[in-house]
Design a protein around this ligand. Structure first.
Ligand code: ZN
Length: 242
């Protein structure tokens, strides 16, 4: 796997020749480094947040796969998502990049199991952080890729159009999958062993339940971090809007 210098966004490489890459690096240098190391033929995005969608810039001819809800969201919000990439590139004085089009990706209907260079991969739907979202368990290796859940460096973020109940149901599903994993790869941060993943899951579940019940819980971690304080305020605002 690899971790971007931007928000510690992760990507996971399955195989070497004819590899499957889950999610993506963010900067042009990171994408070029990945292309020099790996021959990817297949790409999967865990969800449609822009920093997870850039792998086709390194592998334009690879086959793209995305969950049906991700393709729906991209069909509706492609311009806004592309605008976020454009804004980020401009603010970092980078040559503007074109957001890859995932709308013609091969559609995944989860729950399902696909074949990969590292054996079967079980795919489960995990809405809550966003309305779309999938977790992928490589069953032979026991590696679980969870998208934007269980981050050791971020607190939960629940989108306005998803919901607390979806988020909690996805945490329950991840709890079951963690039991079969030896390594958990969050969308942001570093790989976790099962015990640490469970600790974060419990913290996040209690936090989400507190938000849903209006008890104004404290952020589960990184309370001194300005960006996480902003995310906590956004979560409090979001819960008032429901
Ligand atoms: Zn993310």
């Amino acid at each position: 796997m690899g971790i971007s210098t931007v928000w510690q966004t992760t990507h996971t490489i399955c195989g070497s020749d004819r590899a499957l890459v889950i999610d993506s690096p963010v900067t042009p240098c990171e994408l070029a480094a990945l292309r020099s190391r790996v021959a990817a033929t297949d790409l999967i995005a865990t969800h449609a947040d822009w920093d997870h969608l850039l792998a086709p810039l390194a592998f334009p001819h690879a086959t793209r796969f995305a969950h049906a809800t991700t393709i729906q969201r991209l069909g509706r919000d492609h311009a806004a998502i592309a605008g976020e990439l454009a804004t980020w590139d401009a603010s970092h004085r980078l040559r503007p990049r074109t957001m890859p089009d995932w709308c013609d990706a091969q559609t995944i209907f989860a729950p399902t199991t696909i074949t990969s260079p590292v054996g079967p991969i079980e795919i489960s739907p995990t809405p809550g952080h966003t309305r779309d979202g999938i977790a992928l368990l490589a069953t032979d290796d026991g590696v679980l890729v969870v998208g934007d859940y269980l981050s050791p460096c971020e607190i939960p973020s629940v989108s306005a159009d998803a919901g607390w109940d979806d988020y909690l149901a996805s945490l329950d599903q991840l709890d079951r999958l963690i039991a079969r994993a030896r390594c958990v790869v969050p969308g942001h941060g570093w790989p976790l062993d099962r015990a640490r993943a469970r600790t974060i899951l419990t913290e996040d579940r209690n936090y989400i339940i507190g938000l849903a019940h209006g008890t104004r819980p404290r952020a589960p971690r990184h309370r001194a971090d300005v960006s996480q304080q902003a995310q906590h305020r956004a979560n409090l605002v979001a819960v008032r809007g429901r």
